[in-house]
Design a protein around this ligand. Structure first.
Ligand SMILES: [Zn+2]
Ligand SMILES: [Zn+2]
Length: 167
């Protein structure tokens, strides 16, 4: 077992297990800098979509976003989907396929890592853990059937610690 890798995975989990989603301002500031460094356009709509996700504390579906943003101005679902696609491409948010929801990413992902999403079936909270060991295992498994993965993300559905607490 590679302890350095596992310490890395643990630190991500510890940082996200608190259900404490303070730091929305930090997330937005990071997103602004991230786009500026890469010459990407962080348009007002992209920013509002990101702010809504960063401030939500839970993963949101595209139609939740359309409804929330629609209180401010007329907005078409397609423009929200385009903004979401941009944010995914930019590495600022993730899409959870199990739920068809989106959440902001709280950390930078290394190139050789697999992200494991822990999706709570009760409250919808999503934690993410990045692991190089899982990435290597998946690559090894795929190689046995001569399959070349384009991306690696694993989603686990279950119950988070907060939802399992009695009372
Ligand atoms: Zn992430
Ligand atoms: Zn939960």
């Amino acid at each position: 077992m590679d302890t350095a890798k596992d310490a890395n995975a643990r630190s991500h989990a510890a940082a996200r297990n608190s259900h404490d989603h303070a730091g929305m301002g930090d997330l937005v500031a990071h997103a602004v800098g991230h786009c500026r460094e890469r010459g990407l356009q962080f348009t007002p709509l992209r920013r509002r979509v990101f702010e809504e996700l960063a401030g939500s504390g839970t993963a949101l579906g595209a139609y939740d976003l359309v409804e929330r943003l629609g209180r401010e101005r007329r907005i078409s679902p397609i423009s929200v989907y385009r903004a979401l696609d941009f944010l995914i491409e930019a590495g600022l948010i993730h899409r959870i396929a199990l739920r068809n929801t989106y959440l902001p990413c709280h950390h930078a992902h290394g190139p050789g890592e697999t992200t494991v999403f822990l999706v709570c079936a009760t409250c919808g909270n999503v934690d993410e853990i990045a692991s190089k060991a899982v990435a290597q295992d998946l690559d090894g498994m795929a190689a046995t059937v001569d399959f070349k993965p384009h991306s690696r993300a694993v989603e686990l559905e279950g119950e988070c610690a907060a939802c399992r607490e009695p009372g």
